[in-house]
Design a protein around this ligand. Structure first.
Ligand code: ZN
Length: 491
C-alpha cells in the first residue's frame, strides 16, 4: 500500500466516525428522549475525543511528508489540500486550550439563553468576555504571525480574508440601505391571512422538497425547533417547523434546507467518505440553500405554481391572484431579527455582525461596550432603535458558542447565489416556464452538473468561478435585488 492509500484508508474511517457524530446531533434535535440529555453529552464527548485523536494522529504528518505530490492527480491533490488544512488546524491549537474552549462553550450557550430570556446583556458580559478571550488565543495560535480573525475565518470559508470580505461588504452596504429605505416609503403589500393547518403545511412542504429534487431514498424530513440539514453522501436528513399563522416559514425553510441537502446528495459518489465528499465551504453551501429558496423559490414564476398549491390545500387565505401572492411572499417589513429578515435586509444584519466581531477579536471593541455598539450601528443601518437585547445583540446564539468568522458566510452565500443565478438564467432559457409548472429539474441539474457534483474538489472561490466562468463579485446579487424589488414596489 502506498503512503497515499494508507492515509486515505485512515481518513475514510475518520469521515465515517464524523458522520456518526453528526447523526447523534441530528437525533438530539429530533428523536432523543428528553431525559437522555446528560448521557448524550457523554456519548458525544467520547466520540469527539476519538475524532480529535484521529485528526491529530502523528501518522498523518508522516504520510503527508512521505507522499510524492508531483505524481498525484487533481482529485488526490485536493484530498491532500483538505487533509493538510485539517491536520494543521488541529495540531496548532494546544490540547489544553481546545479542551478549555469546549468546556466554556458547552456551558455558555445556556447562560446566553438565560440572559436573553431575562433581557439582561450585562449578566452575560463575563461569559462572553471569556469566550472572546479564548477565541483570540486560538486565533493567535492558528495565525502564526498573521491576523487572528483571518485564521478563524478559515474554519468556515478557507482561502478568504477579512480585507477581501470588507471590500465586498463595503460595496453592498450603501446599496442595500438605499434600497430598503426606498421600499419602506411605499405602501406594504397585503400579507396572507388565516390559520394554516399544520398537517397540510407539512404535506405541502414535503411536496416542495420533492419538487426541488430532494431524494427521499437517501433523506428524510422531521420536525425540529430550528430547521437544519445534516449528513453527507447516502444519508442526508433535513428538519422543518410549522407556524399556524405563517406557512411561508415552513415552506421556505424546507426549500432552504433542501438546497443544503441536495448539494450533499449531488456530490459525486466517487468522493463518498473522503475529505472532499461534501460541500466546499459554508459560503458555497449557503449559495445552494439561498438560490433554491430565493432566486428560484421566491421567483414570480415559482410562486405562481405555489399559489395554486396553497389554494388547493388551504382554500381562501385573503390573496386573490398570483401577482398579489408574489408580492405577499416577498413582502419587506421593518424588523429586528436576522433569521426573519427578507432578501433586501438580511445582508445588513450580517454586515453588522461581521464588523462588530472583527473589532471584538482585534480587541478594538470591549464586550462591555458591545450592546451600545450594536444598537447605534443598527439604528444607522435600519433607521430605528433596538427596543430590547433579545431583538439586538442577544438574538443569535453564534457568539455565545464561540462562532466568530461564521456570519460572513451567510452573505457570501447570497453573493455566490447571485453569481450562479446569472449564469443559470443564461444556461436554462426555459427557466421561468419550467418554474411556473413547479418544475425545477433543469435548474437543479445545471447546479448539480456545474457545482454540486464536485464537492470540495476546488477551493470555494474556484468552485464558483468554475460554475460561472468568472470570479465571484457582489454585482450580480445587487442587480438581481434592484430589478426584483424595484419592479415589485413600483406597482
Ligand atoms: Zn443555510
Amino acid at each position: 500500500m502506498t503512503a497515499y492509500d494508507s492515509l486515505m484508508a485512515f481518513q475514510r474511517e475518520t469521515e465515517a466516525l464524523g458522520q456518526i457524530a453528526g447523526r447523534l446531533g441530528w437525533d438530539q434535535e429530533t428523536m432523543m428522549p428528553r431525559g437522555a440529555a446528560h448521557q448524550r453529552g457523554e456519548e458525544m464527548a467520547a466520540l469527539q475525543s476519538v475524532l480529535h485523536a484521529r485528526r491529530t494522529d502523528a501518522r498523518i504528518g508522516d504520510w503527508l511528508t512521505t507522499i510524492d505530490r508531483a505524481a498525484l492527480d487533481p482529485v488526490a491533490t485536493a484530498q491532500l489540500r483538505e487533509i493538510t488544512r485539517s491536520f494543521q488546524r488541529n495540531t496548532k491549537v494546544p490540547t489544553k486550550l481546545a479542551a478549555e474552549i469546549a468546556r466554556v462553550t458547552s456551558k455558555s450557550q445556556g447562560e446566553w439563553a438565560e440572559a436573553r430570556s431575562n433581557e439582561d446583556f450585562k449578566a452575560f458580559v463575563p461569559t462572553l468576555e471569556r469566550v472572546v478571550a479564548l477565541r483570540q488565543e486560538e486565533g493567535q495560535a492558528l495565525a502564526d504571525s498573521g491576523d487572528p480573525y483571518d485564521a478563524l475565518l478559515q474554519d468556515y470559508e478557507p482561502g478568504t480574508t477579512a480585507a477581501e470580505l470588507d471590500e465586498m461588504f463595503g460595496a453592498l452596504r450603501p446599496r442595500l440601505t438605499a434600497l430598503r429605505s426606498a421600499i419602506l416609503e411605499k405602501p406594504a403589500p397585503k400579507a396572507v391571512d388565516g390559520a394554516f393547518d399544520e398537517a397540510a403545511q407539512l404535506a405541502l412542504s414535503q411536496q416542495l422538497a420533492l419538487d426541488f429534487g430532494y431524494d427521499m431514498n437517501t433523506g428524510r424530513i422531521d420536525k425540529a425547533v430550528h430547521p437544519f440539514s445534516s449528513g453527507s453522501g447516502q444519508d442526508v436528513r433535513i428538519t422543518t417547523r410549522t407556524n399556524i399563522a405563517d406557512p411561508f416559514n415552513c415552506f421556505y425553510s424546507t426549500i432552504h434546507e433542501v438546497g443544503h441537502a441536495a448539494y450533499e446528495q449531488g456530490v459525486s459518489g466517487a468522493y463518498a467518505l473522503t475529505p472532499i465528499g461534501q460541500g466546499a465551504s459554508m459560503g458555497v453551501h449557503e449559495s445552494q440553500s439561498r438560490i433554491y429558496e430565493n432566486q428560484l423559490g421566491r421567483s414570480r414564476a415559482f410562486t405562481g405554481y405555489l399559489f395554486g398549491k396553497m389554494r388547493d390545500a388551504f382554500g381562501d387565505f385573503g390573496i386573490d391572484d398570483e401577482d398579489s401572492f408574489y408580492a405577499a411572499v416577498n413582502r419587506i417589513h421593518a424588523g429586528y431579527i436576522r433569521t426573519e429578515a427578507d432578501e433586501v435586509q438580511y445582508n445588513l444584519h450580517v454586515l453588522l455582525r461581521f464588523d462588530l466581531e472583527r473589532q471584538l477579536i482585534a480587541g478594538d471593541l470591549q464586550v462591555a461596550d458591545l450592546e451600545d455598539a450594536w444598537n447605534s450601528r443598527f439604528e444607522a443601518d435600519f433607521g430605528y432603535a433596538v427596543d430590547k437585547p433579545s431583538n439586538g445583540c442577544l438574538q443569535d446564539v453564534h457568539w455565545s458558542v464561540g462562532l466568530f468568522g461564521y456570519f460572513a458566510t451567510y452573505t457570501l452565500g447570497n453573493v455566490y447565489a447571485g453569481c450562479l443565478y446569472e449564469s443559470l438564467r443564461d444556461a436554462v432559457p426555459s427557466l421561468d416556464a419550467d418554474l411556473a409548472q413547479g418544475n425545477t429539474s433543469n435548474a437543479t441539474a445545471w447546479l448539480r452538473d456545474n457545482l454540486q457534483q464536485h464537492g470540495g474538489l476546488r477551493t470555494p472561490r474556484d468552485t464558483i468561478a468554475h460554475a460561472t466562468g468568472a470570479s465571484p463579485s457582489e454585482g450580480p446579487l445587487l442587480a438581481y435585488l434592484d430589478a426584483k424589488f424595484g419592479a415589485l414596489y413600483q406597482r
